[in-house]
Design a protein around this ligand. Structure first.
Ligand SMILES: N[C@@H](CCC(=O)N[C@@H](CS)C(=O)NCC(=O)O)C(=O)O
Length: 210
């Protein structure tokens, strides 16, 4: 089994963090160079979805999408607490994980990929054809992302972690999101004290180095 990774990218980091939290050790192959904005040609031929992360099973099956890969390991091995311990927690984890992905990771990407000159004609990941930047989407993505930060700051006023008092995949997706987009002029707002407290605590986890 192999995981195709790209050390600089936030989506494969979600899987690396999950695997590290679970002490699962698998072969990791870099599908892109750390100083380039394109995945390697051999990987683009191997994976028509043109995106990482990608898990390759021993029978050759390919599974893409960060959370689908984590779910594979939950099913293939004894389940962990990272998706919740009971029905209530499972629902909350799913809700916050999806929120962190769509309103956080994707909204930040909508801003950065439509605004940053490095992504000219590459506004969407995973397309072979040019995808032009749209200035209005950059603005809307920023608005969505800042609103997401505000909402999770409010949520973290009452909870240690996003879905309650245990660390879950919702925290993994939110952490990889915020740690990545803060490098692109989308920092944690100064008045988001609960979010900052959570971010500092999660940063201490050894899995963030994976
Ligand atoms: N929803 C997908 C997103 C995958 C994705 O967008 N990956 C990015 C790296 S973070 C990628 O492969 N980008 C390729 C590109 O920009 O061409 C997931 O959860 O894995």
């Amino acid at each position: 089994m192999k995981l195709y990774d790209w050390s600089i990218a936030p989506n494969p980091r979600r899987v690396r963090m999950y695997l590290a939290e679970r002490d699962i050790d698998i072969e990791i192959i870099q599908a892109g160079a750390p100083d380039q904005l394109d995945l390697h040609d051999w990987f683009l031929k191997l994976n028509p979805r043109r995106r990482v992360p990608l898990l390759e099973l021993d029978d050759g099956t390919h599974i893409g999408e960060a959370m689908a890969i984590c779910r594979y390991f939950e099913a293939a091995q004894p389940a962990s607490d990272l998706f919740g311990r009971d029905a209530r927690e499972t629902g909350l984890v799913e809700m916050w994980e999806r929120e962190a992905d769509s309103s956080g990771l994707q909204a930040g990407g909508e801003h950065v990929r439509n605004a940053h000159p490095a992504f000219k004609d590459r506004a969407l990941p995973g397309y072979a054809e040019p995808t032009p930047q749209i200035a209005e989407l950059a603005e809307r993505g920023r608005m969505r992302y800042l609103d997401f930060l505000k909402r999770i700051d409010q949520q973290l006023a009452d909870c240690e972690f996003l879905a309650g008092n245990i660390f879950t995949v919702a925290d993994i997706t939110a952490f990889c999101t915020i740690d990545f987009w803060r490098k692109f002029r989308l920092p944690i707002p100064k008045d988001a004290e609960h979010l900052q407290r959570w971010f500092d605590a999660v940063s201490q986890r050894p899995s963030t180095d994976a």
